[in-house]
Design a protein around this ligand. Structure first.
Ligand SMILES: Cc1cc2nc3c(=O)[nH]c(=O)nc-3n(C[C@H](O)[C@H](O)[C@H](O)COP(=O)(O)O)c2cc1C
Length: 212
C-alpha cells in the first residue's frame, strides 16, 4: 500500500508537470478527452444566445489560411428555429437502426457555419480549426457538442435566409450520454458502437500514428 501511495503521488506529480492546468481548471488533454461527439442532450438545459456568442468569439483568436477569416456564424437557439435545423441534419449515420437522436434528447442549440468564399482545401482546414476550437470552448464552459457535416445545405440556407452557404453545423448542449474511448489498432474497425447504454468510440493508439 505504501508503494502504491508513492507511485500514485509520483504519477500525480508527473502529470502536473507535463499537463499544467489552465485558469479554468482544465488541462488541454482533459478538455480533449471530454470533447466527445454527443448525439443526446439533457432537455432541462437551455443554451442561451449569449453562451453561443461566447463560443463563437474564440474565432477571433484562430489561425486562418492567408488570414482570410472567411467563416461567418448563424446562432440558433430553441426559440429561434432549432426545429428547422433538426429536421435537416443526420446524426449517428453509422448506427442507422437507432434513429438518433432519441426523442426528447434532441440538441436545441446550433451554430451554423457559413463561408463567404467557395469551398477549398484551405477553407476546409479553417473549418476544422474553427469547429474544434468552438467545441473545446463549449466543453470548457460545461457544455458538449457535435460537428455535423451531414445536413441539407439548401434547406438550411433557405430556412434561415442565410447570406452565405452553410458549410458545417455544430450542435451545442449538455450531453446526457455515457461515452467511452476504446484504444484500437489501426487495422481494427473504426466504427463506433453502443453496448448496455454506453457509446464506445474506437481510437487508434497514438504509437501507431507515427510513421517509422
Ligand atoms: C468533419 C466532421 C463531420 C461530422 N459529421 C457528423 C454528422 O453529420 N453526424 C454525426 O452524428 N456525427 C458527425 N461527426 C462526428 C463523428 O462521427 C465523431 O467525431 C466520431 O464518431 C468520433 O467520435 P468522437 O468525436 O467522440 O471522438 C462529424 C465529425 C467531423 C469531424
Amino acid at each position: 500500500m505504501a508503494d502504491n501511495y508513492l507511485e500514485n503521488k509520483f504519477d500525480d506529480y508527473r502529470q502536473k508537470k507535463s499537463a499544467p492546468v489552465s485558469k479554468s481548471g482544465h488541462s488541454l488533454v482533459s478538455l480533449l478527452k471530454k470533447n466527445r461527439s454527443y448525439r443526446g442532450y439533457d432537455p432541462a438545459y437551455k443554451v442561451s444566445a449569449a453562451a453561443l456568442e461566447q463560443i463563437v468569439a474564440v474565432n477571433a483568436l484562430l489561425p486562418s489560411a492567408k488570414n482570410q477569416q472567411a467563416l461567418r456564424f448563424k446562432l440558433v437557439t430553441e426559440d429561434t428555429g432549432a426545429d428547422k435545423v433538426l429536421e435537416n441534419i443526420k446524426l449517428g449515420g453509422m448506427l442507422p437502426e437507432l434513429h438518433l437522436p432519441f426523442p426528447g434528447t434532441e440538441p436545441k442549440a446550433f451554430i451554423i457555419v457559413c463561408a463567404t468564399v467557395p469551398e477549398s482545401k484551405m477553407l476546409h482546414v479553417d473549418m476544422g480549426i474553427a469547429a474544434q476550437s468552438m467545441l473545446l470552448k463549449a466543453v470548457d464552459m460545461g457544455y458538449n457538442g457535435l460537428i455535423i457535416g451531414a445536413f441539407n445545405a439548401k434547406k438550411i440556407e433557405e430556412a434561415f435566409a442565410l447570406p452565405y452557404p452553410p458549410v458545417l453545423i455544430l450542435a451545442i448542449g449538455k450531453g446526457n450520454e455515457k461515452i467511452e474511448l476504446k484504444e484500437i489498432s489501426a487495422e481494427d474497425s473504426h466504427a463506433y458502437w453502443r453496448e448496455n447504454g454506453v457509446h464506445y468510440v474506437p481510437k487508434v493508439r497514438w504509437e501507431e500514428l507515427i510513421i517509422r
